[in-house]
Ligand binder design. Structure first.
Ligand code: SAH
Length: 254
């Protein structure tokens, strides 16, 4: 697949950016590396003259930017998502360095829509946001000063994406291809499965939403690691639906 097509399937998502200047800087960073799709989740101030000024020749990316109320909306049709986090979290998805993770993102881009998700300037990605990602990337830094400016973090990843996309031998998918392979499930389909699973576990008394503990983050980590296919989501939801059916066998014999 042509590198330009792979790059066109990658969206850069900025969660709750506070400073419009950083949105402009991100657009400029992206355009210099051949990326074009910017999504904003709940930006504090946008559109904005400061964003336009910092974007310089990349104002077209700002004009075409998608704006969403939630991260889930921004990711609805994606099949693979990587979150950017300067900090290691004990409940988050597996974490790696930019180069190997970018190779995985491009391999997935050969199959469908993918995303890189960046956090708010002050607080970074929330646990809830990071748990919507299959994997996380931490840019190696000075351990005493590890937080890059948002626009700079976008630049580092955009550069790595361009280098990897234009490699002579493009990255190959890490998915094992079998004759029965189905398309990857989309973010929305997998979120629907998590909601269904949570409801069934709650009804069964296995899970108490008032005392959630670590169950859902751990299950998200498990299923995020294996990247579910659409058929697999349908099977899992079929099993869940079957457990919700009244059995009709008159089991209440006490
Ligand atoms: N103070 C925040 C950092 C915010 S920087 C925190 O501690 O998490 C804004 C965003 O840029 C981060 O949410 C992350 O997406 C990205 N970023 C900054 N430095 C990074 C690093 N070293 N590795 C990965 N992402 C980084």
């Amino acid at each position: 697949m042509k590198p330009e097509i792979l790059l066109s399937r990658i969206r850069i998502v900025l969660c709750r950016p506070s400073h419009p200047g950083n949105i402009g800087a991100a657009a400029r960073a992206m355009k210099t590396m051949g990326l074009s799709r910017l999504s904003l989740v709940n930006p504090k101030q946008f559109p904005d003259a400061e964003a336009d000024a910092r974007a310089t020749g990349a104002v077209d990316l700002l004009q075409q930017a998608e704006i969403h109320a939630t991260l889930q909306d921004a990711l609805a049709d994606t099949i693979f998502v990587i979150g950017l986090s300067a900090r290691q979290r004990d409940l988050g998805p597996e974490i790696g360095e930019p180069r190997p993770m970018v190779a995985r993102l491009l391999a997935a881009a050969a199959e469908g829509e993918v995303a890189l998700v960046f956090g708010n300037e002050t607080v970074g990605l929330s646990n809830d946001e990071l748990q919507q990602c299959h994997a996380a990337v931490s840019i190696p830094t000075n351990p005493d000063f590890s937080s890059l400016n948002l626009g700079s973090a976008v630049q580092v990843l955009s550069y790595e994406l361009r280098m990897a996309a234009f490699l002579e031998s493009p990255p190959v998918s890490d998915t094992v291809v079998t004759p029965f392979v189905s398309p990857s499930a989309t973010h929305n389909e997998v979120e629907g499965f998590y909601a269904h699973l949570e409801a069934v576990m709650t009804a069964a008394g296995f899970y108490n939403p008032a005392q959630p503990g670590r169950l859902m983050p751990k299950l998200r980590r498990l299923f995020g690691r294996i990247r579910l296919e659409r058929d697999e989501v349908n099977i899992l939801r079929g099993i869940l639906a079957a457990t919700q059916q009244p059995t009709g066998h008159g089991t209440r014999n006490s």
